[in-house]
Design a protein around this ligand. Structure first.
Ligand SMILES: C[S@@+](CC[C@H](N)C(=O)[O-])C[C@H]1O[C@@H](n2cnc3c(N)ncnc32)[C@H](O)[C@@H]1O
Length: 221
């Protein structure tokens, strides 16, 4: 998969994309991520990419022209362009699973007061929000969405079961898990998990996942 990210703050991506699973996925060439400074597509010598909204209002908004130019250069036939915006569809594991099958994703990170409405109306294929709250910019949402998608690309995680049984994958939360010590201050790990009977353990895990989901997230069932 190829991912292009359009942002005014490329430096913010250093760290999260240079560590752990995302770093290894790039090294193994399972994903190619490029961070682009939107100012590269500004028309004037001051590299202006934002301006005051017509009709007044607080703050600046991102202009349509630099984003249009950037997409002219980056878009291919198979490209899906995604705008990070609090007005978008709420991000979820099923949406991440769908996007992990795409060949090329371009993410647009808004900033300041947001973007010119013509961007969302004419230039993007999908709008995604990471929740009903307002962040300063689309950079952190882009990191959240990209991280979630990349770990679902086949071969990124060493064990494919890791993404099959986890929370939200089957409309369930994950079953409870424990590690050593088996007894911590009198809090005993369920006996069945120490039994070595894998069939019984799998049955217990399924039952507990259902119970937990019913208690904490009945909306998933
Ligand atoms: C300060 S916000 C602008 C909010 C805008 N004035 C509104 O009321 O809808 C600046 C940018 O941060 C990003 N952003 C903020 N909250 C977000 C969220 N919950 N999900 C996705 N992107 C978000 C978007 O790219 C947005 O354009």
């Amino acid at each position: 998969m190829k991912i292009d990210i359009l942002t005014l703050f490329p430096e913010m991506f250093k760290g999260p994309f240079d560590e752990s699973m995302i770093k290894r996925a790039q090294e193994k060439k399972l994903v190619e991520i490029k961070i682009h400074n939107l100012r590269a597509w500004a028309k004037d010598k001051h590299k202006t990419v934002d301006n005051r909204p017509f009709g007044g209002g607080v703050g600046m908004i991102l202009m349509v022209e630099p984003i249009d130019q950037a997409l002219k250069e980056l878009r291919r036939k198979e490209t899906k362009v995604i705008l990070l915006t609090p007005q978008g569809k709420i991000f979820s594991q099923p949406l991440a699973q769908k996007l992990s099958k795409e060949k090329h994703l371009v993410f647009i990170c808004g900033h300041y007061e947001g973007v010119d409405e013509r961007i969302r109306e004419h230039l993007v294929d999908e709008e995604i929000s990471i929740g009903d709250y307002i962040l300063t910019g689309g950079e952190l949402p882009a990191m959240v969405v990209v991280d979630t998608i990349v770990r679902l690309i086949p071969k990124v995680l060493e064990k494919k079961e890791a993404v099959q049984d986890e929370s939200f994958s089957n409309n369930l939360l994950e079953y409870p898990q424990y590690t050593r010590p088996a007894n911590f201050k009198g809090q005993q790990v369920p006996e069945i998990l120490l039994s070595g009977n894998h069939k019984k353990i799998a049955g217990w895990q399924k039952k507990k996942a259902k119970e937990k989901t019913k208690k904490r997230r009945p909306d998933l069932l």
